[in-house]
Design a protein around this ligand. Sequence first.
Ligand code: RFL
Ligand code: PHB
Length: 398
Amino acid sequence: MRTQVGIIGAGPAGLLLSHLLYSQGIDSVILESRTREEVETTIRAGVLEQGTVDLLNAMGVGDRMRKEGHFHDGFELRYNGRSHRINVRELTEGKRVTVYAQHEILKDLIHARLRTGGTIVFGAKNVSLDGVDTEKPTIRYREEAEGELRELTCDFIAGCDGFHGPSRPMIPQSVRTDYERRYAHGWLGILVEAPPSASELVYANHDRGFALLSTRSPEIQRMYLQVDAKDDIANWSDDRIWNELHARLETREGFQLTEGRIFQKGIVSMRSFVCDPMQYGRLFLAGDAAHIVPPTGAKGLNLAAADVQVLARGFEGYYKAGKTEILQRYTEICLKRVWKAERFSYAMTQLLHRNPEHSPFERRLQLAELEYIASSRAASLSIAENYVGLPMDFEGVS
Ligand code: RFL
Ligand code: PHB
């Protein structure tokens, strides 16, 4: 098989890129190791930046998001039993927070891509890359475990295969710097059959640890608790989860958390990571393959969407006008935005989580920072503008 852009991974990065290329008349093939059902049911992100929402709408895949998504004008920071609302809409001149589950976006993207004749090979095995620093890179894979080895010849390869995929290791260690920060804490996430307990997202800093209230639909809520990254979900009975959520979300006004049946639970670890450069020869990394943020800032999927917009413009310039400027500057353009999101996600994580290594002094500084945010329009505005997403910056690119 032959294509112009071989894409590894049918997550947000790979699917969005394939759509963007299709709209420019550029051919692509996606190779995905998981089944379509697995891709469409894995629970991950929830919060979309305004720019990501605008992109999905512009690509014609926003119908269901507009009907079923939740549009919030702000969110709440809760600490010391008190609440401070970040009025995002007012602070950012009209931008809003959209809550629409990642797997719903993926369903919409897969459906639309197949309808427009796109090729997505689900369940691809032993995916490997070859000749990424030559003019004709190839991807090899099997359609079944014992099946014959197939070859996809490409002009370019887009490594959209997440943090553990085979693309990033193709950039030799000698030309690459990996920046990494791991955290001692992880998030225990649950899905609950219950009505919402709050009209907007609630991020709570409590002596017992961080908690987050989010939503998926009027009937299904998403909630998170800070736990030790090495903790085992078997240690967390439903009763223990509810006790913690009640304790960490309490307010002086007597906030009521509505319980319900927990039908999904799991623990994820958190890290910050950046790979520089994001490209090598004819291989370009996008999304989690190149960088990871802790979920506190709700940035991961949104960064993937930003990367592929730059990459699609690069391919458009190459195929339509023979220009390579954007492709050559791909890393530089993306990393500017990535590092700002790394900064914000790190700062939100430090602000909201209980750090077991903190002295009482550092704990008081954390609370003072929350007090400062609650009393300062400038500090609230800084959080709001980062949360809804900083503008795309194609500085100097015509
Ligand atoms: P993905 O989604 O990991 O997709 C990569 C795809 O590549 C496939 N793959 C392979 N395919 C072929 N061969 C191989 N050898 C392969 N190895 C892997 C995988 O099966 C997969 O389908 O990466 P992508 O596209 O870069 O997208 C990134 C986002 O998924 C991620 O950043 C977000 O989920 C992060 N995130 C959030 N982001 C937000 O913008 N807003 C949020 O509110 C938000 N909340 C979250 C989050 C992530 C979370 N977890 C689970 C870490 C909340 C949580 C709890
Ligand atoms: C979610 O709804 O899954 C969610 C919300 C906010 C975050 C992260 C995840 O910061």
